[in-house]
Design a protein around this ligand. Structure first.
Ligand code: ARG
Length: 463
């Protein structure tokens, strides 16, 4: 049998494999709520514009709500021969209300319909991701406040560089997440135009009111060019690129959790709730959730590349290639959602080990810069000269396998005779972090103030 929706000029149905490659119902069925919302807005507008009589509008509206009820109740049968969610809903509507159902598709096409459905779905999902990112920020800022003064090593090149505080390190991720949320909001703002009514590609001869449908669906305005309306997938690309950057941030933090929980570092502990054991090595406690967050960023980045590649060669306007936007977008944004939730769980679970962090902060001559700064401040040395003197002192300490603070005053004076005993004050890690009071620096008072500022901005978690 040829297709009831478009089969007028077809004598026979599609080949089995044609149906298989063509059908999107397996994945676009998740757009059912958006599809029905769009159809309700469309049919109401058709009524108000005098394109459909009120009794047809009422019948179609009632029928659409019945279909929605069936889908929500899990009583709806999705059939591959009906291709996609748009035809599945319309076909069931016809079973419920009869031939009047055929009037719903007046002045629209599946091209503007699918573009509208996808924008609605991406918009809702961006809002959810924003709330989840805010929750992760909250978890980080709370832990940062509790550990504003917990000293740990700061690294560059993964070499011990200068002491920082654990709270300061966590607040770095709060800043990254703030930019991620800004990108979600930017993407949402640009996305929020309604393609419905662009029809197949050229607009329609019916006197539709696109401003009314746009407003009914919560869009700021209708899209301005009918070709662009059905050919554009920027909104998905922008959401995916914002998601990819966020996933990369989570992956970097996940990598740090993997390193920090290793026996060699021992900086933080994860409880039984966020670790797994090995089936052969009884001592193991593996940070699998962190490893998976690190790995799943690959899926998100992959979805962005895949859709860029799908789009790059497409002439205007719609091509079936664009059906391939869905699985990657659904999967990537859902994956990011899972990663945000897992990270929030891990942040609330993890316990830093202050003794280990402090000992590590003091090793590797991490306060050498403090010594050089002291020479500049107290003796008026140019920084380059102070750097040189300090380098020689580090060399002397390192040759004897001791820390800078273990060098005697005489040994110090051998390199710079004006050094006084006051220098020992700056060699402790607590003094080092305490002195970093410049704006954005790691001094515990700064960190406390920043954590409190963030907690104030973020407010309480919604119940
Ligand atoms: N399932 C299709 C998609 O996701 C809907 C649009 C189909 N349009 C068409 N002209 N065949 O892209």
């Amino acid at each position: 049998m040829s297709n009831r929706m478009w089969g007028g000029r077809f004598a026979s149905g599609p080949a089995e494999i044609m149906e298989e490659i063509n059908a999107s119902i397996g994945f676009d069925k998740r757009l059912a709520p958006q599809d029905i919302r769009g159809s309700l807005a469309h049919v109401a507008m058709l009524g108000k514009a005098g394109i459909l009589p009120a009794e047809d509008v009422a019948a179609i509206e009632e029928g659409l709500k019945a279909v929605r009820g069936e889908i929500e109740a899990g009583q709806f049968t999705f059939r591959r021969d009906l291709e996609d969610i748009h035809m599945s809903v319309e076909s069931r509507l016809r079973e419920i209300v009869g031939p009047t159902a055929g009037r719903l598709h007046t002045a629209r096409s599946r091209n503007d319909q699918v573009a509208t459905d996808m924008r609605l779905w991406v918009r809702d999902t961006l809002d959810d991701l924003d709330a989840q990112a805010a929750d992760l920020q909250r978890a980080l800022a709370e832990t940062a406040l509790a550990h504003a003064g917990t000293v740990m090593p700061g690294f560059t090149h993964l070499q011990s560089a200068q002491p920082v505080t654990f709270g300061h390190h966590l607040l770095a991720y709060v800043e990254m997440l703030a930019r991620d949320r800004g990108r979600f909001r930017d993407a949402r703002a640009r996305l929020n135009e309604c393609p419905l009514g662009a029809a197949a590609l050229a607009g329609t001869s019916f006197p539709i009111d696109r401003h009314a449908t746009a407003a009914a669906l919560g869009f700021d305005r209708p899209t301005a060019n009918s070709l662009d309306s059905v050919a554009d997938r920027d909104f998905a690309l922008e959401a995916l690129s914002a998601a990819a950057i966020a996933a990369v941030h989570l992956s970097r933090f996940a990598e740090e959790i993997v390193v920090w929980t290793s026996a060699q570092f021992g900086f933080v502990k994860l409880s039984d709730r966020f670790t797994t054991g090995s089936s052969i090595m009884p001592q193991k406690r593996n940070p699998d959730a962190a490893e998976l967050v690190r790995a799943k960023s690959g899926r998100v980045i992959g979805a962005l590349s895949a859709l860029l590649i799908v789009m790059k060669g497409l002439p205007l306007a719609y091509s079936k290639d664009m059906q391939e936007d869905k699985e990657g977008t659904f999967d990537a944004l859902q994956t990011l959602s899972l990663c945000l939730a897992a990270m929030a769980g891990m942040v609330r679970d993890l316990e830093p080990v202050p003794e280990v962090l402090k000992a590590a902060a003091g090793s590797g001559y991490a306060t050498a810069t403090d010594l050089a700064d002291w020479l500049v401040r107290e003796l008026g040395l140019p920084f380059r000269d102070a750097h040189h003197v300090t380098g020689r002192l580090v060399g002397a300490a390192s040759a004897r396998g001791i820390g800078l603070e273990a060098l005697s005053l005489d040994e110090m004076r051998a390199e710079e005779p004006r050094i006084t005993a006051a220098i020992y004050d700056v060699l402790g890690v607590e003094n080092s972090v305490g002195s970093r009071t410049s704006y954005g620096g790691t001094a515990p008072a700064n960190v406390r103030a920043q954590a409190e500022r963030w907690l104030g901005l973020l407010g309480q978690a919604p119940a």
